[in-house]
Design a protein around this ligand. Structure first.
Ligand SMILES: *[C@@H]1O[C@H](CO)[C@@H](O)[C@H](O)[C@H]1NC(C)=O
Ligand SMILES: *[C@@H]1O[C@H](CO)[C@@H](O)[C@H](O)[C@H]1NC(C)=O
Ligand SMILES: *[C@@H]1O[C@H](CO)[C@@H](O)[C@H](O)[C@H]1NC(C)=O
Length: 199
């Protein structure tokens, strides 16, 4: 009798869990939604891997997806901006004047980029309650801010490229350079997802 009970319990558990699959399947749909939307960006895999964790928030909303992508971008720009400042502070005389100047200018550029990504995120929050021409206006604002952030990041990366390729006496600078290039990809993803809202 005891062994029969032990047999029945997992069977019951199986059906219980099977019955609970409905909400999980809803999340699965959201996952597919994110995968599909990411397919329209330049970096589909990075897009998917960085945003799929927010499936529950995104559901199947283009606006939410663009908000999440902008939030992720903002957090990453801030983190890289801190990296640049830390690298500048830690760079010894061996870093050379060229690399130090690039890091200093870059640090300013990236704070600017963070501010602009934040403004894009703010415009996207306004999108949620806007309709008609006001909606188009906010989407266009968000695109303007996010593409300005991308330009700032690109300028910073260009400044860092030559001195870090030359070694510059600082391997951390090379790592920071790679992180700036990576943040550009996240920004490009956010921009593509915002762009999608306008069409
Ligand atoms: C997923 O979405 C489709 C349509 O959007 C719906 O027909 C289907 O039932 C959903 N799947 C589940 C398991 O909820
Ligand atoms: C984006 O970040 C803001 C500020 O932290 C937060 O209030 C908002 O809920 C986030 N948006 C989404 C869609 O997660
Ligand atoms: C950049 O910042 C991140 C997060 O604060 C940290 O984990 C990483 O070690 C830093 N990298 C460099 C090269 O400073």
């Amino acid at each position: 009798m005891a062994s029969q009970g032990a047999f029945l319990f997992p069977t019951f558990l199986f059906f219980f869990l099977a019955g609970c699959r409905t909400p999980a399947a809803g999340v699965g749909n959201s996952t597919e939604f994110i995968r599909e939307a990411c397919g329209g960006t330049l970096y589909p895999q990075l897009c998917f891997s960085s945003l799929v964790g927010y499936a529950a928030v995104v559901q199947r909303s283009d606006v939410r997806l663009s908000q999440v992508a902008s939030n992720v971008t903002l957090a990453r720009v801030r983190s890289v901006s801190a990296n640049v400042s830390a690298t500048l502070a830690g760079a010894g005389a061996a870093a050379g004047p060229r690399l130090r100047a690039a890091l200093r200018d870059c640090s300013e550029m990236l704070s600017d980029a963070a501010e602009r990504a934040g403004q894009a995120a703010e415009a996207l929050r306004a999108v949620e309650s806007a309709t008609g021409p006001a909606l188009a206006w906010q989407v266009s604002n968000a695109m303007t801010w996010m593409s300005a952030a991308l330009t700032d990041e690109d300028t910073c990366a260009d400044w860092l490229a030559a001195p870090t390729a030359a070694g510059g006496g600082d391997s951390k600078a090379g790592e920071v350079y790679r992180r700036v290039r990576e943040v550009e990809k996240h920004t490009s993803i956010a921009l593509a997802l915002i762009h999608k809202l306008g069409f």
